[in-house]
Each structure stands twice: as C-alpha cells, then as structure tokens.
Design a protein around this ligand. Sequence first.
Ligand code: SF4
Length: 454
Amino acid sequence: MSLPTQSPKKVFIKTWGCQMNVYDSQRMQDVVKPLGYAPAEDMADADLVIFNTCHIREKATDKLFSELGRVRPHQKTKAENGGRMIVAVAGCVAQAEGAEIQRRAPYVDMVFGPQTYHQLPEMIARVSRNTGAVLNTEFPPEPKFDHLPQDRANPGVTAFLSIQEGCDKFCTFCVVPYTRGAEYSRSVAAIIAEAENLVQNGAREIMLLGQNVNAFHGEGIDGQSWRLGRLIYRLAKISRLKRIRYMTSHPRDMDDELIAAHRDIPQLMPFLHLPVQSGSDSILQAMNRKHTADDYRSTIDKLRNAQPNMALSSDFIVGFPGETDEDFKATLDLVREITFAQSFSFKYSCRPGTPAAAMQNQIDEKLKDTRLLELQSILRTQQEKFNHSMIGRTLPVLFENPSGREGMLFGRSPYMQAVRVAGSPRLVGEELPATITDAGGNSLTGSLQLADAA
Ligand code: SF4
C-alpha cells in the first residue's frame, strides 16, 4: 500500500527595509524549509505568509495594515476550501507594536520580533494546534544565530551574512536600539563557518551586515575580542571569496585596523557606506551621533590615504528638529567638500517613542521639502559625475545574474555601480574586466573582451 502523498506547503515572505531584513527573511526561509515549506510566488498560494516589517521609514504601520487587508480574503478563501493560511508579522513593527497589531487584526496568527525567528517551528506548531495566537517580542537570552540551520543552499553570487545586531548608540531619531535591542556580535568561528558554507554553495561576494556593523566585537578564535578589521583579514583567506563588503557603519567605529584593512585587503571593496546624517555639529549633537563634522572629515581623510580609490556613500536627514538655515548650509558644505558616489537622503519624520519625536522645535514640512530638493540636486550631480568618470575605464565586474534583456548580464563594479554588458549566462559568478562605454545616473553599460563574452 502506498502512503498518501501530501502536497508541499508553501511560504510567502514580503520584506520591507534594509539588507538586515532581507537577510532575516532568507534565514526564516531556511528555518521553515525543514518543515516542508517551499517558496511561493504568489501570496494567495501560501500556507504561511510572513510580513517582515521595517520601522525606519514613515507610514510603516499603515503599509503593514494595508497588506494585512489584502491577505485577509486569501486567508478566508483558504479556510472555506478546508485549508489554512497562517499569517505572521515579523520584524521591527512587530517588535514595537505587537499588541496593537493583534488588536486591529485579530486574524494575524503570529507576531514576533527580529530576535525570535529561530523559534518559528515552535510558534508554527503552537498555532497549528490551535492554542491561540502567538505574540513573541522578547529578547531571548540565547542568541538566535546559534539555532539557525548551518547550510545555506543557493545563496546567490552575492550573499548577506549577519555578524552583528542591535545598537547601543541611541541616536535620538532612531528606533533600532528599542526594536533590535542591545549590541550583540556573533563569534568569529560561527561567522567563518557560515562564510565558508556560502562560498562552497556559490557565493563570490559576502556583504557583512549589522545595524552597527563596525561596532563588531565578537569572540575570536584565540578567545580574545576581535574587531571588524581583524575579522576581514581572516575572511580574506577563504579561497574563491572574491569580494567583501560591510554595512551599515558608524563613523565613531572606524578604527585604525579597519582602515588598514582597506589598504591591505584587495578583496575588501573600495566603497563604503558611512552615514554622516548632517554637517552641523549642533544637529549632530541633538541627534546624539557622538561625533562632529570634523571627526567625520578626518575619518574620510584617513580612509582616502589608506585607499586612494575609496568611493563613499552616506545617509542624510534634512529638517531634523531645530535645523537652522546655517545648519543646513553646513551639510551642503560638507557634501561639496567630501563628494559622494551615492547617497540616501530623507526628510526627518517622527518615530513615536524616540527622543526626537518629543522635541518641540519641529521643522515645517515645506521647508523640509525645499531643503531636501536642494540637497538631492547636489548629490545627484555628484553621483552622475562619478558614474561618468568611469567611461573609458576598465573595471572588474562581478556578474550576479542575467539582466532583464536577453543576452545581457547584470553585475556590479567595485564601487557598487550596476553594470550591464552583453555576455553569456555562464559568466554568472565570474569577475571579469569590462570596459565602460556609457553611464547614467544609476547604472553603467560596458563591454567584455570578445574572448570573455562568449
Ligand atoms: S547608530 Fe544607527 S542603528 Fe544605532 S541608533 Fe544610530 S542610526 Fe540607529
């Protein structure tokens, strides 16, 4: 007698926010895979739907409730057909507003914070046994990383690897210290094991992730505390690992060893996202950034001395409470002086529960709009200029996947620029020289040597 076959279950994960959340979603996929969940293309087909949320941007909660409104009819249809769709909310909005989510959307089965997704099998089992909805927003004593599957199949050419989580800096505009908890660094041995597994499974570039990645201070293989620079020297010994990057960094944690790694390690890409947020010391102080504009300039000087090709990217917040015309001008001055290859700039918006949200001297929205436009125009010009400076140069490009158009490949330059060239799909995973023939605001076009392209 043959056993009845069960159709495989499916999981659909929608992710908002930063690379940390993308990494978390990939790891949630790894955690539920042994339970028989394969990825679903469409939310309607899924047996488990997870919304992995981000609290950084404005209207995060509104976006979540609009998605929950969309999933509810699918959940009902599934139930009418005798099935079950488990709906879960994960990530930082879950952490910050778990009880509110359960109150407004009682059909949500599980609400869990970023520190607990290794407990997904247990949470799914509890929901499946109909023992009620799960709210799990603790910061458990045992780190989740110790409980995640070791093998990361099909990581892609560029893989994320989370090495640090949480933050102790308490910038006054930011929710991360409240939603992700205190700074925690993984052990060097665990990171090396995961990196080796990623490379074995096809990764050629690893992006080391952390909310405050250069505050890394994990236990080293010699029992001492290792900083990020030392970790990178060690990771560079993994053969077939061609590129290492890290984000997001804090200016205060750019120590000498990390700067030296940019000088010494060819695999460490000459591109750094180092948020400064503002060029005004009084605003930096109100933000509790714990550094001045000159501290930032001096760190950039050291980086450029160590690695003359270094290209930079930053985050900027305009219209932070109390920002005067003079403060804003200080930001523009800093931007013109340093020049950025890429940047992310936003209007300040209140995050409930953060100190800046309670500040009395909030800035008028129209003034924020005007300032943002002015800043973005300068940043866009700098980015275009940087991209145009690549025309005629030959750059090593790591090819990540076939591009949308047939016969084209998509890859990245050392400076994180998107590069498209004509070439065979068998070149995915290869790093090859491409001569840049054209440049736009967001991407480059290039060509391979004939012998390489075939
Ligand atoms: S350092 Fe980054 S993550 Fe930490 S509080 Fe500041 S902005 Fe948030």
